[in-house]
Design a protein around this ligand. Structure first.
Ligand code: FES
Length: 309
C-alpha cells in the first residue's frame, strides 16, 4: 500500500523517470518500512511520518541538478545586470528610445526628453554622495511582480533554496512552513503586483509607439529600436495575460460560466496563454534585459539605431 503510494508520488510530477529508478525506490521504501534504521520523524518536512522512509536524499541518477543550476545562473546574471543598470543612472534615453528600466522617468534629474507620463513627482536626492537613480523609484513594481509570480517562486524556491531542488529529491530543510507566515506570506500580494505590472505595461507600450519617430521627434519612422521596444512590450503583455492571477481575475469567483459568456470566453483565451506562462516568464525576462542593453548601446554611442524609413 505504502509502496504503491510512494511510486505514485514519484510519477505524479508528470516527468519521466527511468523504470529502474522507480523500482529501486519502491524496493528501498519497502525495506525501510521494516528496517530498524532510525529515521528522524520529528520534523514536518521530508522526514515526516507520511513520507517514504529513505535515508538517501535522492536515488535519481539523471542530471536532476542541471535545471536548478541553469535557473540560478540565469536569474543571478539578470539580478546582477539589472542592479548595475539601476544604479548606473545614465545611458537610458536616446530620442525616441527609452530603456524599460527607466520608464516612466519620474525624477527631476531624468535625462532631458525622457517620458514621465505622470509628471516629475520625485526630486533629486543624494545618498552616500551619489545621486539616487530614477530607476530605483519604479523598479520595485516590476520586481515585485516577478518575485511573487507563481512560476518564478517555483523556480527560485527550487534553485536557490533547494525546497525541493527537483522532483523526488529531498529538500535539506527539516520543516516546511510554506507561505503562511512572514516573510513569505507577502507572496499572497501577487494580485496587487499584477495590477501594478499592467500599468507599467501600458507605459512601455506607449514608449514602443513613441519609437515610431525619428531623432527629431517626427512621426512616421521605424527603426530597429522600434522593433526592440515593440517586442519587449508584446512579451510583457503575454507574460501578464498568461498570469495565474489574470486567469482568476477574468474567470474566478463565479458559480457557473453559463451566465457569464464574455468572462468565460476571456477565461478560455487566458487559459491557453496560461499553459505557456513559464515560457513567457523567461522570454520577457530576456526581452526586457535586451531592450535595455540596446537602448544603452545607442545612448552611449556604441551603435547607431538603424532606420528602415
Ligand atoms: Fe506569474 Fe502571475 S503567476 S506573473
Amino acid at each position: 500500500m505504502k509502496t504503491a503510494r510512494f511510486t505514485r508520488i514519484v510519477l505524479s510530477c508528470g516527468r519521466f523517470h527511468p523504470k529502474k529508478t522507480v523500482t529501486r525506490l519502491a524496493l528501498l521504501g519497502r525495506w525501510y518500512e521494516t528496517s530498524p534504521m532510525a529515521i528522524d520523524t520529528s520534523g514536518n518536512g521530508v522526514f515526516s511520518e507520511g513520507r517514504a522512509k529513505l535515508s538517501a536524499r535522492t536515488l535519481r541518477t539523471d542530471k536532476w541538478w542541471l535545471q536548478p543550476l541553469i535557473t540560478v545562473v540565469v536569474l543571478f546574471s539578470f539580478i546582477v545586470y539589472a542592479t548595475f543598470r539601476a544604479f548606473e543612472n545614465g545611458k537610458y534615453f536616446a530620442q525616441p528610445l527609452i530603456s524599460p528600466f527607466y520608464s516612466p522617468c519620474l525624477s527631476s534629474n531624468c535625462q532631458k526628453g525622457s517620458p514621465s507620463f505622470i509628471g516629475t513627482i520625485f526630486g533629486t536626492y543624494h545618498l552616500f554622495g551619489m545621486t539616487v537613480s530614477p530607476s530605483l523609484f519604479i523598479l520595485i513594481f516590476p520586481l515585485a511582480f516577478r518575485m511573487t509570480c507563481y512560476y518564478y517562486r517555483k523556480a527560485y524556491y527550487r534553485s536557490f533554496w533547494m525546497s525541493p531542488p527537483a522532483c523526488a529529491v529531498a529538500e535539506p530543510h527539516a520543516k516546511y512552513t510554506g507561505e503562511t507566515r512572514a516573510p513569505l506570506i507577502i507572496q499572497n500580494g501577487h494580485r496587487y503586483a499584477f495590477y501594478a505590472g499592467l500599468v507599467f505595461n501600458v507605459f512601455l507600450t506607449i514608449d514602443a509607439i513613441g519609437a515610431f519617430r525619428n531623432e527629431k521627434g517626427q512621426w512616421g519612422h521605424m527603426s530597429i529600436g522600434t522593433l526592440v521596444l515593440l517586442a519587449n512590450a508584446t512579451f510583457l503583455w503575454l507574460y501578464s495575460m498568461s498570469c495565474h492571477t489574470c486567469r482568476h481575475t477574468v474567470g474566478g469567483r463565479l458559480r457557473n460560466f453559463s451566465k457569464h459568456p464574455i468572462r468565460y470566453k476571456l477565461w478560455t483565451w487566458v487559459s491557453i496563454l496560461n499553459h505557456k506562462h513559464q515560457n513567457f516568464a523567461w522570454i520577457s525576462l530576456f526581452g526586457v534585459a535586451l531592450a535595455d542593453l540596446y537602448v544603452r548601446q545607442v545612448s552611449g554611442g556604441s551603435i547607431r539605431n538603424l532606420y528602415f524609413f
